[in-house]
Design a protein around this ligand. Structure first.
Ligand code: ADP
Length: 197
């Protein structure tokens, strides 16, 4: 790195000469430094220093994490199921957010834990109240698509103070729910980054 910083662009052969090594010995090391983004190589010109710090390289990497690689399977309920049944689904599926869909499987709402808790402390009979009465409904739903970046999702979760976004696909009838991305997915991505997975 020091040699390239001071003398770049410099060929692999010249670096090897200065270190009294063969080009072949040096090749894997140069490959690692190039892949990691510290060095760049141009054919017939040689290696040069990119000038990027490890923090910058990490930031570059984070900008390239996409929803499609981290999303989970969505848990959906029909808008006519009761609040009672939605609570059971939330426990059974072990999720914190349910997405509500209509007969055509199109997204119409979102149910969070607190939405269900709020409904439960009222005097209503929970088996009689359909979830569409208490859900957050379209068009007030924040969503994302599988090509969006994880960072974009993180910004939306923070800005809207919510725990999850549906991953949707646009169809002629509306939004079809194809995935779920939550704070947990982002936490896992964070850990994977630290472990260099
Ligand atoms: P909790 O209410 O359990 O703390 P959230 O913070 O996710 O969970 O939800 C806060 C409120 O925002 C709830 O009323 C919920 O219906 C709504 N909400 C949750 N996710 C979304 C979303 N993706 N788009 C719009 N509203 C949402």
């Amino acid at each position: 790195m020091q040699i390239v910083k001071e003398q770049g662009p410099i060929t692999g052969e010249h670096i090897a000469d200065q270190l009294n090594l063969t080009r072949a010995t040096l090749r894997p090391d140069l490959a690692i430094l190039t892949m990691a983004g510290y060095l760049d190589a141009r054919p017939r010109v040689g290696y040069f220093y990119t000038g990027k710090s490890s923090t910058q390289l990490l930031a570059d990497h984070i900008h390239k994490l996409y929803v499609k690689d981290y999303q989970s399977i969505p848990v959906v309920v029909n808008e006519n199921v009761s609040v009672y049944d939605a609570i059971c689904t939330m426990f059974l599926e072990d999720v914190g957010t349910l997405f509500v869909v209509d007969e055509k499987a199109i997204l119409t709402g979102v149910l969070s834990r607190k939405d269900l808790l709020r409904a439960s402390i009222g005097k209503q009979e929970l088996t009689q109240v359909p979830v569409h009465i208490i859900m957050t409904r379209m068009p007030n739903i924040t969503w994302c698509q599988k090509e969006d970046t994880l960072l974009d999702v993180a910004y939306r979760l923070i800005e809207k103070q919510i725990d999850a976004l549906p991953v949707i696909k646009e169809t002629e009838n509306g939004f079809e729910v194809i995935g779920r991305i939550t704070k947990t997915n982002i936490t896992k991505a964070f850990v994977a980054l630290a472990n260099n997975d």
